[in-house]
Design a protein around this ligand. Structure first.
Ligand code: ADP
Ligand code: ZN
Ligand code: ZN
Length: 796
């Protein structure tokens, strides 16, 4: 009998322990990475084998964990699930890394790789009357067709020739030269009838076999725009990715990473030069594909995917939100037909199970999906592309709070797959990696053809007030909207309703109140009648006059944009379609809205940030951005990055066809640097300034952040535990001399109370995060139920 160490698949927080079970000889094939059913208390539950060993080792482990327990009383595995391990070596490795990095239990990490309980098709398998396994995979119905190959007899007949059976001879000739068995459809294309094929088979001249049908392989050519001439920049990007695909054999971990930490200083131009030379010399396994909006990144993804598929590798495309990316899915389906499987968050667990199965067996070879698709089991993963890699939806907010881009990076490294991060406005973390030469940097700086970036008009809303226009629509935008629809073109209007209405802004100088220590906007808290910083917890009184210019016209900034729909709807000749959370709650509502807008059932599309992203509608020539300020004043150190990205993406919707586009951007702060840089789509300058700020304040990529949240029904208890943890961290910090580290708090969480639970935060910024994590994981706090760790948090 073998013994196995099992992680229990139960939605239990902090079940860090694993359990030893006996593995009956009838299940002896099982081992590391297998899914099993084990007795756990009174229940039978699923578990994952994380190690297997012999009796000696089991005894030794038992001695350590539970001395006095007899190995002969050990419980046994009830049954195994499936006929091979679910976790490949690479998946096991990734799960272990994830558990350590994101500070969760191994079981929690491994659960992420399971498509969901109900998708296990539990068909019992018995051997000599005893249950030994559950079948979890049902072969998908093989999609095969009858096909023909030539036999030796057929070859002889062809050599002999026959004047009477001319059609048959022709058919034999074609079969002789075919590289693969020929099905009826393919035969017909060569003017061979089904009847002739049948006759050949009857005569023993051809052999009937079955071959796997490449679904959709017929109509594919027409739609795939293969003839489209790549721009030089696109061609270069494709060539670089192809070269790396050729260089890295899938299935093998890459050589030790060249991610030397030496480049911790942002070097401006020096950094750039370094990139170019490193790219030429080595084959990077990871790329940043930085391309302005409309520069044709999707075209690059398609050709890279095509190359990987030709090499027999599988492709994963991660997208921020499936509803926003219907166009990417369509274009991939046009190229690759049924090779494409799609995994979005609204799939049922069974549907998800099917998608997983297709990837695991190679039934499909391109997976497009949202963040959780990064956990799919692949047969032979060779290429991962993360579109709009800066999007925060890649980060899971609940535990385990993983980031799909980071998981993708780890999987790629360990499976020899190439990683491509695509964006017009990359996260500063990725940009920094690119300019410091750690990853390849591919740039698309121009739009193909005659399409240009739109001209941007910045409208000062203070001026509007001065002119007694109290509407949320400026006079300029109003004129442009009417002119646009009059010319039979379309417009998109972005109103960022999600912005906090709780920041304070001066109507005269446009400055907002920010925390002097953290450079993030302060948030008004009614209970304290004060402004609070969500990073360091400091509170500040609400000033009566603007600290910058002394004006008394300092006000809470409410978005006030609800009126926008009404006002625009009343303009002459305008039909508005609205798109936001409320209007897109149902499964396909979003795509339906885009379809209707593309069919010109309305001429203005109005909505929150969803309208800013991913659509390519040729008749859109005008984009209006209301209250650009509210995107920049989230209480988040990434607020500028996100604001810049949103403004750039929104502006990028205009003028994608052959008609020039224009953008009207409304703001109370027209001199705001981020707004002016976004208007010019000057990412480089923006990134340079932002990196300098991040460096000074120890924000990523220069420092790492860990957010610890303590929750409790009783406020007092939450504070006690949080205080204790903060003291613990500070004492370790002094004892271990951590590299530059700041420990902030405890202080009430941004949303101080959720579902009757009080939430208290401690925030650690550090250049020694590994040590910080290690010290917490070795402490008793690791398993305390009401302590949550969020590594690299998205804070807002
Ligand atoms: P991005 O994702 O970078 O914003 P897209 O991939 O959506 O850009 O491309 C924008 C538009 O340009 C699409 O309509 C696409 O078909 C078109 N396009 C892309 N590459 C080329 C090219 N080389 N020549 C002509 N049109 C192109
Ligand atoms: Zn002011
Ligand atoms: Zn602060």
């Amino acid at each position: 009998m073998k013994y196995v160490l099992v992680a229990i698949n139960l939605p239990v927080k902090n079940l860090f322990r694993q359990f030893i079970y006996g593995l009956p000889d009838s299940m002896g094939q099982a081992g590391e990475g297998w899914r099993v059913v084990v007795p756990f208390g009174p229940q039978k539950v699923e578990g994952f084998i994380v190690r297997d060993f012999d009796r000696e080792e089991a005894l030794a482990l038992l001695q350590k964990e539970n001395p006095g327990f007899s190995i002969d009383k050990m419980k046994e595995v009830t049954a195994v699930l499936g006929t091979r391990p679910w976790f490949s070596e690479e998946m096991m490795g990734t799960a272990k890394w994830l558990a350590g990095y994101y500070m969760c239990s191994l079981a929690e990490a491994m659960r992420l790789f399971i498509p969901g309980k109900t998708s296990i098709r539990r068909k019992p398998v018995y051997q000599e009357g005893r249950l030994i396994a559950y079948e979890i995979e049902e072969r998908l119905k093989a999609r095969t067709v009858v096909a023909y190959t030539i036999t030796e007899m057929g070859k002889a007949a062809l050599a002999e020739g026959s004047r009477r059976a001319k059609a048959q001879m022709q058919a034999l000739e074609v079969l002789l030269h075919a590289t693969e068995p020929l099905d009826r459809k393919e035969a017909e294309a060569q003017h061979i009838s089904g009847a002739v094929l049948q006759t050949l088979a009857e005569k023993g001249w051809a052999l009937r076999t079955e071959k796997r049908l490449l679904r959709n392989s017929y109509d594919r050519q027409a739609e795939r725009k293969e003839t489209l001439q790549l721009t030089e920049e696109q061609a270069q990007a494709v060539a670089a990715i192809k070269a790396s695909l050729d260089y890295f054999p899938a299935g093998k971990p890459a050589e030790e990473e060249t991610d030397e930490p030496g480049a911790a200083v942002f070097g401006g131009d020096a950094g750039k030069q370094k990139t170019e030379t490193t790219c030429e010399k080595t084959r990077p396994q990871e790329f940043l594909l930085q391309g302005i909006t409309g520069s044709g990144k999707t075209e690059v993804y398609l050709r890279a995917a095509d190359h990987a598929l030709r090499q027999g590798k599988q492709v994963l495309v991660l997208v921020p939100e499936i509803a926003l990316t219907a166009q990417i899915v369509q274009r991939f389906q046009a190229w690759f037909g049924q090779e494409v499987a799609v995994a979005h968050s609204k799939l049922s667990q069974n549907e998800r199970g099917d998608v997983w199965y297709k990837m695991r067996t190679g039934e499909a070879n391109v997976l497009i999906g949202v963040r959780s698709a990064v956990f799919a089991p692949f047969k032979n993963l060779g290429l991962v592309m993360v579109d709009e890699e800066q999007e925060t939806s890649y980060k899971q907010e609940e535990r385990p709070a993983y980031h799909a881009r980071e998981v993708a990076r780890y999987r790629c490294k360990n499976s020899g797959a190439v990683l491509v991060l695509g964006s017009a406005t990359p996260s500063l973390e990725s940009y920094f990696r690119a300019v410091s030469g750690r990853i390849g940097h591919l740039q698309l700086k121009r739009r193909p053809g005659s399409s240009f970036l739109p001209a941007v008009d910045v409208v000062d809303m203070r001026e509007e007030l001065a002119q007694k226009n109290y509407s949320v629509i400026s006079r300029k935008l109003r004129r442009e909207l009417i002119a646009t629809v009059h010319a039979d073109q379309q417009a998109i209007v972005l109103l960022n309703r999600r912005g906090y209405s709780t920041f304070v802004m001066c109507r005269d100088c446009g400055e907002t109140l920010t925390c002097p220590h953290c450079a993030v906007s302060l948030v008004f808290h009614a209970d304290e009648q004060a402004m609070r910083c969500h990073y360091c917890g400091n509170t500040y009184p609400i000033p009566e006059t603007c600290p910058h210019c002394g004006s008394r016209r300092i006000k809470f900034f409410g978005s006030g944009t609800q009126k926008a729909e009404q006002e625009i709807g009343q303009m002459p000749g305008i039909q508005v379609l609205r798109m936001d959370q409320d209007s897109t709650a149902t499964k396909m509502a979003h795509e339906e809205i885009i379809r209707r807008f593309s069919r010109k059932e309305a001429n203005v599309l109005l909505g929150t940030q969803m309208v800013a992203k991913g659509h390519d509608i040729p008749d859109v020539t005008l984009v209006g951005i209301l209250a650009a300020d509210s995107t920049l004043n989230m209480p988040d150190f990434r607020a500028s990055e996100r604001g810049f990205s949103l403004l750039t993406q929104a502006a990028g919707r205009a003028g994608r066809g052959d008609k020039p586009g224009r953008v009207v951007l409304q703001t109370y702060d027209p001199e705001n640097e981020i707004i002016t840089l976004a208007a010019r789509q000057d990412y480089e300058t923006f990134a340079g300034h932002e990196l300098a700020m991040r460096k000074e304040l120890l924000y990523p990529p220069y420092g790492e952040i860990l957010k610890v949240t303590v929750v409790d029904k009783e406020e007092k208890k939450a504070w006690e535990l949080a205080d204790e943890m903060a003291r613990f961290l500070r004492s370790r910090y002094e004892a271990e001399h951590w590299e530059r580290t700041e420990i902030m708090g405890p202080f009430p969480s941004g949303v101080a109370k959720v579902r009757d639970l009080y939430r208290i935060n401690i925030v650690v910024k550090s250049q020694a995060m590994e040590q910080v994590k290690a010290c917490l994981l070795a402490s008793r706090y690791r398993t305390v139920k009401n302590v949550f760790f969020d590594v690299d948090p998205i804070m807002a």
